[in-house]
Design a protein around this ligand. Structure first.
Ligand SMILES: Nc1nc2c(c(=O)[nH]1)N[C@H]1C(S)=C(S)[C@@H](COP(=O)(O)OP(=O)(O)OC[C@H]3O[C@@H](n4cnc5c(N)ncnc54)[C@H](O)[C@@H]3O)O[C@H]1N2
Ligand code: MOO
Length: 398
C-alpha cells in the first residue's frame, strides 16, 4: 500500500493549477493602507490612486532637433536660402515672429517661435554668412513636438494598481507628482530551512550548500516593493522551526524555502499539515511542484521548494504576481528547439533568445544553479503539450 504525507486524510486541494495557486496566495494577503511616498523612494511600490497630469508635456510647442525653425512652405524647393533673424534656446525663447523667408536658430527642446512650423537640422544646413543659411533639404513639420503631444494637463495617465518600475517613476515625476500615493509595503518574513544549508562566508563541508535562496529571494522581494524581515535559517528540527515561526510577529506573510516535498525531514510541510492550516499542497508545474500554502497561528505561510531553480520559478509565476497584483508578462516567440510538458504539469523551461528565436538553455534539472543567471527567459509549455521547432511559444523574460 502507498504511504506518506500525500495520503493523509485532508481537507485541502492538492495539485492546484499555477493560476489557482496565485489566486489563493493573493486571497491570504491583508488589505493594505495607503501612504504618500517621495517618488525617488517608491521603486517597486504599487500606485494606490490614478495619477492625472498636473502639467502638459511638452509644456510648449518645441523643436526636436538642433537646427533652424522656419516656415515649411519656404523650403519646398531646395536648396533654399533663409535670413537668420534670431535664436530660440531652451529656457530663452525668441520673442518675435518668423516671417516669410526668415528663420531662427533653434536647439532641441527650445520653444518654436510664432510663425514657424518646421525644423531643418544643422546637418542639412550650409552657413552662407552670419545672417544667411542655405537648406539642403526641406524643413520638416514632423520635427516639431506639439504642446501636450505626450500628455495634457488634467489627463489621467497612470492607473491605480500600476507597479512602479523605474521608467514609471520617471513618468510620474514628469506628470508633476513629487510624492506618490502608494500601498504600504507588505512585510514578508523570509526563512531558509535545512541542516545542510550554510550562510555565505562560512567554510563549506562536503554535503553542505550555501544559502543562496535567502539572498536571491530577499532581492526579488525588495524589487517587488516588499519589506523583508529576515528570519535566517532553521535546521531540520520541528520544535526549532515552530519557535522561529513564532518569532515572525508583525509579518503579513512568511516565505520559506525547503522542507516541503516528500522526505522524512521535510518539516515545513509537516508543520503546516499537522499543526497549521493548509490551503493547498503541490502545484501542477515543473519545476516547483512541491510548493505549499497555508497558515501557522494566523500567519499566512508560503513554502517554496528548496531547489533554488524551483524557488525562483515559483517566485516569478506565483509569488511576485500575487504580492504586486501585476500579471505575469509573456511574449509569443518562435521556438528554435523542441519543448514539451508532462500531461499534468505546466513546464517552465529555462531558455535563451538567439536572434528573436527561443532556445532550450540545456540542462533543465532544478539543481543547475548556473541556469538562474545564464538563462534569460522561461518558456511556458501548458500541461500535456509538445512544441516543435518553428511553433510559437509563450515566453517570460527573466
Ligand atoms: N520522492 C520524491 N522526492 C522529491 C519530490 C517528489 O515529488 N517525490 N519532489 C522533488 C522536487 S520537484 C523538489 S523541487 C524537491 C523540493 O524539496 P524540498 O522543498 O523539500 O527542499 P529540500 O529537500 O529542503 O531541498 C532541495 C534541494 O535544495 C537545496 N536547498 C535547500 N535550501 C536551500 C537554500 N536556502 N539555498 C540553496 N539551496 C538550498 C537542498 O540542499 C537540496 O539540494 O524535492 C524533490 N524530491
Ligand atoms: O520540480 Mo522540483 O521543483 O523539480 O525541482
Amino acid at each position: 500500500m502507498t504511504s506518506g504525507p500525500e495520503h493523509l486524510e485532508r481537507d485541502f486541494p492538492m495539485h492546484v493549477s499555477v493560476s489557482e495557486a496565485r489566486e489563493m496566495l493573493a486571497a491570504l494577503l491583508p488589505q493594505r493602507q495607503t501612504e504618500m511616498v517621495v517618488a525617488k523612494e517608491a521603486l517597486g511600490r504599487t500606485l494606490a490612486a490614478d495619477l492625472a497630469a498636473l502639467v502638459s508635456h511638452p509644456s510648449a510647442t518645441e523643436s526636436a532637433l538642433d537646427g533652424i525653425a522656419c516656415r515649411a512652405a519656404d523650403t519646398q524647393s531646395v536648396p533654399s536660402e533663409l535670413r537668420v533673424v534670431g535664436e530660440s534656446r531652451a529656457g530663452v525663447p525668441f520673442a518675435g515672429e518668423v516671417g516669410t523667408g526668415e528663420c531662427v536658430r533653434i536647439y532641441t527642446g527650445a520653444p518654436l517661435p510664432r510663425g514657424a512650423d518646421a525644423i531643418c537640422p544643422v546637418e542639412k544646413l550650409e552657413e552662407i554668412d552670419s545672417a544667411r543659411v542655405r537648406l539642403l533639404s526641406p524643413a520638416s513639420t514632423g520635427d516639431v513636438r506639439h504642446e501636450g503631444g505626450d500628455f495634457r494637463a488634467g489627463e489621467v495617465v497612470m492607473q491605480a494598481g500600476t507597479w512602479l518600475s523605474a521608467p514609471r517613476l520617471a513618468l510620474a515625476t514628469a506628470l508633476g507628482h513629487a510624492q506618490l500615493p502608494v500601498y504600504q509595503r507588505l512585510r514578508v518574513a523570509l526563512l531558509s530551512t535545512g541542516d545542510e544549508v550554510v550562510e555565505a562566508g562560512q567554510p563549506l563541508q562536503a554535503g553542505q550548500v550555501y544559502d543562496s535562496n535567502s539572498v536571491g529571494l530577499s532581492a526579488m522581494l525588495q524589487e517587488a516593493g516588499c519589506e523583508v524581515l529576515p528570519l535566517g535559517h532553521a535546521p531540520d528540527q520541528p520544535e526549532q522551526l515552530a519557535q522561529i515561526l513564532a518569532g515572525a510577529g508583525g509579518a503579513d506573510v512568511l516565505l520559506s524555502s525547503g522542507g516541503v516535498s516528500m522526505g522524512k525531514y521535510d518539516f515545513m510541510r509537516d508543520l503546516l499539515l499537522e499543526g497549521g492550516k493548509v490551503s493547498f499542497w503541490k502545484v501542477r508545474m515543473r519545476p516547483g511542484g512541491p510548493a505549499i500554502l497555508g497558515g501557522w497561528r494566523g500567519l499566512p505561510v508560503f513554502g517554496l521548494p528548496g531547489n533554488p531553480v524551483s524557488s525562483l520559478v515559483v517566485f516569478h509565476v506565483i509569488v511576485r504576481p500575487a504580492l504586486t497584483g501585476q500579471p505575469v508578462q509573456t511574449l509569443k516567440l518562435r521556438a528554435g528547439t523542441p519543448f514539451r510538458s508532462l500531461p499534468d504539469k505546466t513546464a517552465f523551461w529555462r531558455a535563451n533568445l538567439v536572434g528573436g528565436v527561443v532556445h532550450d538553455y540545456g540542462q533543465q534539472g532544478s539543481g543547475i544553479l548556473r541556469s538562474l543567471s545564464e538563462a534569460g527567459a522561461l518558456v511556458v509549455v501548458p500541461e500535456g503539450q509538445r512544441v516543435q521547432v518553428g511553433d510559437d511559444v509563450d515566453v517570460i523574460l527573466l
